[in-house]
Design a protein. Structure first.
Length: 150
């Protein structure tokens, strides 16, 4: 997990961090709100500006009806489906976050130039690995959904 910087933050429009579109609006975000596996998948942690901190939801221990084996199996199946969908979405976001690299390489290629910043083969391999993982998870998801309707 990322080491939290609790001095607030800036919001930049460009990769060179020259166009600050947040001004000073986020400088007051100095409380560690959340720092767990979920936030690590994105940017590492979340901050708040009102001293609030994240509390994971919990199921109440009382007042919950007992689930039959069939209901529990259906509940577990639904949780597996949601998890697969979430994994797929995260991978699709990761894949689309590298689109700009491919566009840049393609633009250079059209202009008859070579882009020394990125290696086309390496980028293709990374992106293909993400697509392969997405396809595999989508097949698993399809099977889960088929089994869920039976």
């Amino acid at each position: 997990q990322a080491e939290p910087n609790l001095s607030g933050f800036d919001l930049f429009l460009d990769m060179k961090a020259e166009i600050n579109i947040g001004g000073n609006a986020y400088h007051g975000f100095t409380t560690l709100y959340r720092n767990d596996e979920e936030t690590a998948a994105y940017n590492g942690y979340q901050l708040s500006n009102d001293e609030s901190v994240y509390v994971a939801p919990t199921l109440p221990e009382t007042g919950m009806p007992e689930l039959s084996d069939e209901e529990r199996a259906a509940w577990e199946m639904q949780n597996q489906i949601v998890e697969k969908e979430s994994q797929i979405q995260r991978l699709k976001v990761k894949l689309s976050s590298t689109d700009y690299i491919i566009i840049k390489l393609y633009e250079y290629s059209l202009a008859g130039k070579t882009c020394s910043e990125y290696d086309i083969e390496e980028e293709h391999e990374k992106r293909q690995a993400l697509r392969d993982e997405i396809n595999s998870l989508e097949q698993e998801l399809s099977l889960l959904k088929e089994n869920n309707t039976e």
